[in-house]
Design a protein around this ligand. Structure first.
Ligand SMILES: Cc1cc2nc3c(=O)[nH]c(=O)nc-3n(C[C@H](O)[C@H](O)[C@H](O)COP(=O)(O)OP(=O)(O)OC[C@H]3O[C@@H](n4cnc5c(N)ncnc54)[C@H](O)[C@@H]3O)c2cc1C
Length: 422
C-alpha cells in the first residue's frame, strides 16, 4: 500500500510504501526497525512537508477516541483521529473544541503539527488546546510531553512538523458544547476594512473576509456567533459595514453552489456544524486547487492588506478566492503566531502552479517588511535563509528534535531544507 498524492493532487509523494499500524506495539516496532520514516496525516498539506523517499507511516487505523475526562475537561484520542469524528462525539457528550479550521476532514495530529488555525480574535490556533502528546521517538520508546512539565519542551513539541516522532496519542482541552449561527454578507468595501478593521474582525466569535480581488471589494464576510440556548434562528442585521445580508447559503468561491458549505442564514446549530466553512460529508473548498497563506503580526494587518490590494490585478486571474482571518497569540515555538496576535492572508489558487509560482515571490517581497510567516502546510517560495529568522525559537526546536531524533529518522527534504540547514 502507498499514497501517491496529497489531497489536492498537486503533490506526488516519493514514498515507496505506507505502513498502517493497528496498535502502539506495531508503531514502536516499525519505528525501531526503520532507518527513515515519515508520518503522514490525512494528506491535506500542499507541499512536501509530509513526503519521504523512504516509507510513510499512517495512523489512520489508530483512530479511536480513548477517554473523556469530565473533571479536567479533556479528551484523549489516538493519532489518526479526524476532527469530523471527534467533534460529533464531543457534541454528543456535551462538549466542544474552542475552534476549528475551514474543514473537518483533517487529522488532529496533522493539523496541530502545522499550527492549523481557524478564525477569531480570542481564538488561538488548533494546537493551543493540546494538553499532552504521546510520541514514539526514534528509538521506538515512548515519551509524553505535557503542558505542566517544568522543562517547557512541550511548547516546542506541539507544533512539531512530525520531526520529533509519531504522535500516537493527543489530549485536548474541551469546553461545554454550544450552538452557533452563521451570517454571510456580500460586498464589503475595502475602504470599510481600512477604516474599521478592528471593529469588523471583532464582530463575531469567528470572522472571515473573502475576496477574489477582481475589484476592491470583499465579496463576502462570514460572521459566526455563539447562539443563545434554545434559539432556532437568529436574524442578522440587514447591513454590515455597507455589505448586504445574504438570504441564501453561499460558497466562498464565487459561482460555486453552496451544497458543500455549512448552514448559514442565522439558523442555529451545533458548534462543529457552523465553525468549519465546509461539511464533513462533502468535498471542502474548490477541490482541485492550490493554497498559500502568510501570517503577519496583527499590528501590520492594514499595510499588509494594502500591499496585497496593490497586486490585485496580477493575483485575481489566478485566484478562486482569498481569506483574511485573525488568530490569537500563543506560546508554541514553531507557531507563526508565537507571542503575537496575528492576521492570516490566505489564497486559494487555481491549479496553475507555474503561474502561481511566479506570483508568490512578489507577494512574499511585498509582505517581507511585515515579517510574514508562511503556513507550514501550504505553498510558499521563500528560501530557508528568509524563513528561519521569522521563527525565533527555531534553534531551540532544532535542539529539541535532535535530542529525540539524533539520526534524523523522521526528517525529509522539507525539514532538512527549512529547519536543519542553516
Ligand atoms: C481544503 C483545505 C482547507 C484547509 N483549511 C485550512 C484552514 O482553515 N486553516 C489552516 O490553518 N490550514 C488549513 N488547511 C491546511 C491543513 O490544515 C494543514 O495542511 C494540515 O497540516 C493538514 O493536516 P493533515 O492531517 O492532512 O496532515 P498532513 O498534511 O498529512 O501532514 C502534515 C504534517 O503533520 C505531520 N503529522 C501528521 N500526523 C502526524 C502524527 N500522527 N505524528 C506526527 N506527525 C504527524 C506530518 O508528518 C507532516 O509533517 C487546509 C487544507 C485543505 C486541503
Amino acid at each position: 500500500m502507498r499514497y501517491e498524492r496529497n489531497w489536492a493532487g498537486n503533490y506526488t509523494f516519493s514514498a515507496a510504501e505506507c505502513h498502517l499500524p493497528e496498535n502502539l506495539e506495531e508503531v514502536q516496532a516499525l519505528v525501531a526497525s526503520s532507518s527513515r520514516l515519515k508520518v503522514i496525516g490525512s494528506r491535506h498539506s500542499f507541499n512536501g512537508i509530509a513526503d519521504t523517499t523512504a516509507a510513510h507511516l499512517s495512523m489512520e487505523r489508530m483512530n479511536r477516541i480513548l477517554s473523556l475526562d469530565r473533571d479536567q475537561n479533556r479528551v484523549t484520542v489516538e493519532g489518526g483521529v479526524r476532527y469530523g469524528d471527534l467533534c460529533s462525539y464531543l457534541h454528543e457528550q456535551g462538549y466542544a473544541l474552542h475552534n476549528l479550521a475551514s474543514l473537518p476532514h483533517i487529522s488532529v495530529a496533522g493539523a496541530c503539527a502545522t499550527a492549523t488555525h481557524g478564525s477569531g480574535e480570542a481564538n488561538g490556533n488548533l494546537a493551543t488546546v493540546v494538553y499532552s502528546l504521546e510520541i514514539v521517538k526514534a528509538d521506538g520508546e515512548l515519551v509524553t510531553f505535557t503542558r505542566d512539565d517544568a522543562n517547557g519542551e512541550f511548547f516546542g513539541a506541539v507544533v512539531g512538523l512530525g520531526a520529533l516522532g509519531v504522535v500516537t496519542k493527543i489530549t485536548l482541552d474541551v469546553v461545554p458544547a454550544f450552538n452557533m449561527t452563521q451570517h454571510v454578507y456580500e460586498g464589503l468595501p475595502l475602504s470599510e476594512v481600512r477604516n474599521n478593521f478592528d471593529v469588523i474582525v471583532s464582530s463575531g466569535y469567528s470572522v472571515s473576509l473573502f475576496s477574489d480581488w477582481t475589484d476592491t471589494t470583499f465579496n463576502q464576510v462570514w460572521l459566526k456567533q455563539t447562539a443563545p440556548a434554545g434559539a432556532d434562528v437568529v436574524p442578522g442585521a440587514e447591513q454590515f459595514h455597507g455589505a448586504k445580508l445574504s438570504g441564501v447559503n453561499l460558497h466562498p468561491v464565487p459561482g460555486q453552489g453552496a451544497d458543500h458549505c455549512s448552514e448559514q442564514c442565522g439558523i442555529a446549530g451545533p458548534w462543529h456544524e457552523r465553525m468549519p466553512h465546509f461539511k464533513m460529508a462533502f468535498t471542502p473548498s474548490a477541490g482541485e486547487e492550490l493554497q498559500s497563506e502568510y501570517i503577519v503580526p496583527r499590528e501590520h494587518a492594514l499595510p499588509a492588506l494594502e500591499a496585497i490590494a496593490n497586486l490585485r490585478e496580477d493575483i485575481a486571474p489566478l485566484l478562486f478566492t482569498s481569506e483574511v482571518r485573525t488568530i490569537a497569540a500563543d506560546r508554541l515555538w514553531l507557531s507563526p503566531c508565537y507571542k503575537q496576535d496575528s492576521v492570516g492572508f490566505h489564497f486559494t489558487w487555481k491549479p496553475e502552479w507555474e503561474a502561481v509560482r511566479q506570483v508568490l515571490p512578489r507577494i512574499e517581497a511585498l509582505l517581507e517588511p511585515f515579517d510574514a510567516r508562511p503556513h507550514w502546510g501550504k505553498l510558499f517560495t521563500m528560501s530557508a535563509e528568509q524563513l528561519q529568522p521569522l521563527f525565533p525559537k527555531l534553534p531551540d526546536f532544532r535542539a529539541l528534535a535532535l535530542r529525540y531524533d539524533p539520526e534524523g529518522k523522521f526528517r525529509n527534504a522539507y525539514l532538512e531544507t527549512y529547519l536543519f540547514t542553516s
